[in-house]
Write a new protein. Structure first.
Lengths: 185, 461
C-alpha cells in the first residue's frame, strides 16, 4: 500500500496546492469520473509568452500557463494528482506542460512498466504505483485531462485574437472563451 | 458430486476465523460471539466448497474475502457443470432445426425457463422472458410501451403514453430502473415523478396518493435497494398502482437472489432480475410479465424467432415469450441459470435469507461501533437486506476500498449506479459490502478490521 499511497501523495491530498477557483481565467471545465462520481472544476489562464522573435502565436509553443485553479471532490489519488499538476504547470510554457502531461499519462497507464523521470515529472513520479491498479488510473488522470481540455479550448478561443496582437497579454483573457466552454465528460 | 467433495476438502485453505487476525496487525479488537444464520458452520463449509473461486488468494497471498455479491455473485460447481454439460454434449440453436441436438438444446433451454418460473412462482413459464440482463429486461418493458405509443395496433392502445401521463420511480433506483423511464418520458411526452427517500433511508410514502394518481401509468421501483439494503413495501405500492390502473415494474435484482420472492403473491405486473447476481452466469437476465399484458404488448427487438408470419412488407408476431426473444438466444447461460435456481432451492431461500440477515446484523453492529463510520441505510435488519453501505469520515470511499483490497476484502466503492440516491444524501461515493449465502461472520470480521486499518492508514481513526 505504501507503494501506491506514497507520502508525497498523502501530503498533497491533505494540503492541496493552488486549490480554489481564481480570476482571471480563459476557460473553465467540469470533468467527472462517471464510475465513481469524482469531479473537478478547473480553470486555466494562458498568456502569450514574452518573446522577441516568435511570431507564431495561438499555439502551444507561444503561450505560458499563467494559472490553474480548481475545486474538486474525490479520492486521495485524484486530489493529489491535480495538486501536483498545478505545481508542474503553472508558470511554464504550455508545450512543455503538454509534454509532461504525455509522460505522466504514459507512466500511469503503463501497468507498472514505466517508473517516470523525476526531472520531468517531479512529485508526479509518486503516481507510478497507481499504474499497477488499473481501476485507479482514471483517478490519477482526472485533473490532468480536465487541464488538457481547458487548455485546448483556451487555444481554440484565443487563437485569432492572440495572432492579431501577439504581445498584448490581456488579449487571451478577453477572447470570447471562458465559462461557456464548460463541459461534462 | 465427486468434484464437489474434493473442492470441499480443498476449501479449508479459504478464510477461517483463525487466519484473519494474522493479516491485520491491529490493536485490541472486540471479539463478539459470531452471529450465525440458520446455516451451521458445517453447512457453510459445505456450501463454500461448491464455489471454487473462494479458495483462491488475492494481493500476494491474502485469502479472498468476497463481499461484492451485490455486484455479481460467484458460481457453484453445479452451475459451471451444467453449462459445460450443455456445451459439450447438447449445443445447438434452440427453436430451430429438426435434428436431435436442436431438440435437446431446446429442451435444456425450456426446462430452465420452467424451473425459473417455479422458483418465483410465476403462474406459467410463458411469463418468463430471457434477456441478456435485468437492464435489458426493464428496457424491454419501457421500449415496448414506447412502441405501443407509436403503434396503430388496437391491442397496443392501452399502453400508449403521452403528455399528461405520469411515470413514477423512486429516488433509490439503480440507473437501470431510472434511465429507461427518463427516456420513455422524453420520447412520449409523459412526466417522470419520483418518491423521495427519508432521512432514515426508507421511501417517503406520505404523499403516495398525490404521486400515484389517475394520471399515473407506470410505477417502477426496486424491491431491495442495491445501496441502502432497504426492502420496499411492495404491497403498499402495488395497491396504490392498482387503484389507479397503473402498471407495476419491480426491479428484483437484489431480492430474488437473497429471499423467497413470489411474484404472484406480490401482485406486480413485471419483475426483472439478473442471472449473474443469483449464482448464475452473466449474459442472462429474466423478465417476468403477466401473460395477459405480454400478450398485448408490441415487441421490443425484432427479427428471427419472434415472428408468426412474415411477408416482404410486414409481419405478425409470435405469442410470448417468443415475441420478446428475437434471434438465437443465450443458451448455456440460461441452462446455467436453471442450475443456479436448483442450487438455491436445494439450500432453501428462507435459509439463505436468514443467514444473510444474521451476517447483515453482525456487520451493522460491528461497523456502527467504529468511530467515524456512518451507515448509509437502515440500522437494523428489519425490512432490510444484505447490502451494507457506509462512509468513513475523512477517507474517500475509493481509498477505503483500496486498503480493503490490500487485505483481500473485495467490496464495491462508488455510487453503485445510484447517483441520484447519493446526491440525496450529499455523498459522492460509498463503500458497499454485500453478502451471499456463502459468506461467513469471519469475513465480516475481516471487513471490520480492514476498515479500521484504513482509518489508521489515513490517520483519521
Amino acid at each position: 500500500m505504501q507503494q501506491l499511497y506514497q507520502e508525497i501523495i498523502l501530503d498533497h491530498y491533505r494540503t492541496p496546492h493552488h486549490f480554489g477557483l481564481r480570476d482571471p481565467f480563459d476557460t473553465e471545465v467540469h470533468h467527472v469520473n462517471p464510475t465513481c462520481g469524482d469531479e473537478v472544476t478547473l480553470r486555466v489562464h494562458l498568456v502569450p509568452a514574452v518573446s522577441t522573435d516568435d511570431t507564431a502565436t495561438g499555439s502551444a509553443g507561444s503561450v505560458v500557463v499563467a494559472d490553474i485553479s480548481y475545486e474538486s471532490m474525490g479520492c486521495s489519488i485524484s486530489q493529489a494528482s491535480t495538486s501536483v499538476l498545478t505545481d508542474l504547470a503553472i508558470g511554464r510554457p504550455l508545450d512543455e506542460v503538454m509534454a509532461t502531461l504525455d509522460d505522466f499519462t504514459e507512466m500511469v497507464t503503463s501497468r507498472g512498466k514505466i517508473t517516470g523521470d523525476e526531472d520531468v515529472l517531479g512529485d508526479g513520479i509518486a503516481f507510478a504505483g497507481v499504474s499497477k491498479y488499473p481501476a485507479r488510473v482514471k483517478c490519477a488522470l482526472l485533473g490532468w485531462m480536465a487541464f488538457k481540455d481547458a487548455a485546448a479550448q483556451s487555444l481554440d478561443h484565443a487563437g485569432p485574437a492572440a495572432t492579431a496582437s501577439p504581445v498584448a497579454a490581456p488579449s487571451v483573457q478577453t477572447a470570447t472563451a471562458s465559462q461557456e466552454g464548460s463541459t461534462a465528460s | 458430486m465427486t468434484d464437489q467433495l474434493e473442492l470441499g476438502a480443498a476449501a479449508t485453505s479459504g478464510p477461517q476465523a483463525g487466519d484473519v487476525p494474522e493479516l491485520l496487525e491491529t490493536g485490541p479488537i472486540p471479539v463478539p460471539e459470531p452471529a450465525r444464520g440458520s446455516l451451521s458452520d458445517v453447512d457453510i463449509e459445505r456450501i463454500r466448497a461448491d464455489f471454487p473461486i473462494l479458495e483462491r488468494t488475492v494481493r500476494d497471498g491474502k485469502p479472498l474475502v468476497y463481499l461484492d455479491s451485490g455486484a455479481t455473485s460467484q458460481r457453484p460447481v453445479p452451475v459451471i457443470d451444467a453449462e459445460q454439460e450443455y456445451v459439450t454434449g447438447h449445443n445447438a440453436a434452440v427453436h430451430r432445426g429438426a435434428h436431435q441436438l436442436a431438440e435437446e438444446a431446446t429442451d435444456f433451454y425450456e426446462s430452465a425457463r420452467e424451473r425459473i418460473a417455479a422458483f418465483i412462482n410465476a403462474p406459467t413459464s410463458n411469463e418468463i422472458i430471457f434477456t441478456k440482463n435485468a437492464t435489458e429486461a426493464i428496457n424491454l418493458v419501457a421500449y415496448s410501451l414506447g412502441n405501443a405509443t407509436f403503434s396503430d395496433d388496437p391491442a397496443a392502445s392501452r399502453f400508449r403514453l403521452g403528455p399528461g401521463d405520469e411515470v413514477v420511480v423512486t429516488e433509490m433506483e439503480h440507473h437501470a430502473n431510472l434511465i429507461p423511464w427518463q427516456e420513455l418520458c422524453r420520447r412520449t411526452g409523459a412526466t417522470l415523478r419520483w418518491f423521495r427517500v427519508t432521512d432514515d433511508f426508507r421511501l417517503d410514502l406520505t404523499d403516495i396518493d398525490q404521486l400515484i394518481n389517475p394520471r399515473t401509468r407506470v410505477v417502477a421501483f426496486t424491491h431491495q435497494s442495491n445501496v441502502l439494503g432497504t426492502i420496499n413495501p411492495v404491497d403498499v405500492l402495488v395497491a396504490a398502482a392498482q387503484r389507479v390502473g397503473a402498471l407495476t415494474v419491480l426491479d428484483a435484482c437484489q431480492s430474488v437472489p437473497h429471499m423467497p420472492v413470489d411474484v404472484t403473491a406480490l401482485g406486480v405486473d413485471f419483475a426483472a432480475f439478473s442471472g449473474h447476481k443469483m449464482l448464475g452466469p452473466s449474459g442472462v437476465g429474466v423478465l417476468y410479465g403477466r401473460y395477459e399484458l405480454l400478450e398485448a404488448m408490441p415487441p421490443f427487438l425484432t427479427g428471427g424467432s419472434m415472428i408468426e408470419q412474415v411477408f416482404i412488407d410486414h409481419a405478425t408476431y409470435a405469442p410470448p415469450p417468443a415475441r420478446f426473444e428475437a434471434g438465437v438466444p443465450m443458451t448455456s447461460q440460461a441452462v446455467g441459470l436453471g442450475a443456479a435456481v436448483d442450487y438455491l432451492q436445494d439450500v432453501g431461500m428462507k435459509v439463505v435469507a436468514d443467514h444473510e440477515a444474521a451476517l447483515t446484523g453482525y456487520a451493522l453492529q460491528e461497523l456502527s461501533a467504529i468511530d467515524g463510520i456512518a451507515i448509509i441505510g437502515p440500522s437494523s435488519t428489519v425490512d432490510r437486506g444484505g447490502a451494507v453501505s457506509f462512509v468513513v469520515d475523512g477517507v474517500h470511499a475509493h481509498d477505503v476500498g483500496q486498503i480493503l483490497d490490500d487485505a483481500g476484502v473485495q467490496v464495491r466503492v462508488g455510487h453503485h449506479c445510484a447517483w441520484p440516491l447519493h446526491r440525496r444524501f450529499g455523498i459522492a461515493a460509498t463503500v458497499r459490502a454485500s453478502f451471499a449465502l456463502y459468506n461467513t461472520s469471519a469475513e465480516v470480521d475481516a471487513l471490520v478490521d480492514a476498515v479500521r486499518d484504513s482509518q489508521r492508514f489515513f490517520e483519521v481513526g
